[in-house]
Design a binder for this molecule. Structure first.
Ligand code: 13P
Length: 249
């Protein structure tokens, strides 16, 4: 059985006070659900978020981490630091990290390995740009990102991996992949993993869709058989919208 997951990536939004307020609203409004619900506030508010959600089933996850154990990496955060405040899951490979902070496939592969070595759970993001889709190269791009980021892992490591397909052209643009486009890519991802590893891994890894998921389109996207949930940006900053998306799963 694959986990159903709805995760909110808050990106660089919400100060301390706003974080506290949104978390309080989310815990109060969380519906009964079998899905895992996660939020990723900014680093400075992670520790307080963990405390604020102590009695909630909502999980606090990180938006990024560095691959090194410790040392002279000004401005960076290690896996041990996250674990020490009770954060067990980290997003790696978000397209904004790739595009604005120069994170290459090689760097991301190191981050994935570093997190897994500490027994963390990794939410690995990837997805094509608009030009890739227009030139019908989107499957190649996604296969390449998966291969470079994840395909030299041991089969055993996959139990701690969650995938998030986020086509760059659908992030923050209001434009969403159609449910059919999402399903087509998610099925392709499972096929690619089956070829590289085996069908058991491919069929047990959760694959989330991300890119302008909203209360109005979530039901249709989540109804697709290979879509196991969503990684939500903008709509996760509004408690009622995020909880409507949680209800949709
Ligand atoms: P939006 O939902 O704002 O398009 O963002 C998606 C995303 O990047 C989540 O990581």
């Amino acid at each position: 059985m694959r986990s159903k997951i709805v995760a909110g990536n808050w990106k660089m939004n919400k100060n301390q006070e706003e974080t506290e307020a949104l978390l309080a609203e989310l815990s109060a409004k969380l519906p009964d659900t079998a899905a895992e619900v996660m939020v990723a506030p900014t680093f400075v508010n992670l520790a307080s978020a963990v405390r604020d959600l102590e009695s909630s089933t909502i999980q606090v996850i990180a938006q990024n981490m560095h691959f090194a154990e410790s040392g002279a990496f000004t401005g960076e955060i290690s896996a041990d630091m996250l674990l020490s405040i009770g954060v067990q899951t980290v997003i790696i490979g978000h397209s904004e990290r790739r595009a604005y902070f120069g994170e290459t496939d090689e760097i991301l592969a190191k981050k994935v390995k570093a997190a897994l070595a500490k027994n963390m759970r990794v939410m690995f993001c990837f997805g094509e740009e608009l030009e890739d889709r227009k030139s019908d190269n989107h499957f190649n791009v996604v296969a390449g990102q998966l291969k470079n980021g994840l395909f030299d892992l041991e089969a055993e490591a996959w139990k701690n991996i969650v995938l998030a397909y986020e086509p760059v052209w659908a992030i923050g643009t209001g434009e969403t992949a159609s449910p059919e486009q999402a399903q087509e890519m998610h099925a392709f991802i499972r096929k690619t993993i089956t070829e590289a590893f085996d069908a058991n891994i491919a069929n047990t890894v959760s694959i989330l869709y991300g890119g302008s998921v909203k209360p109005s389109n979530a039901v249709e996207i989540f109804s697709k058989p290979d879509v196991d949930g969503g990684l939500i940006g903008g709509a996760s900053l509004v408690a009622d919208d995020f909880m409507a998306i949680v209800k949709a799963i």
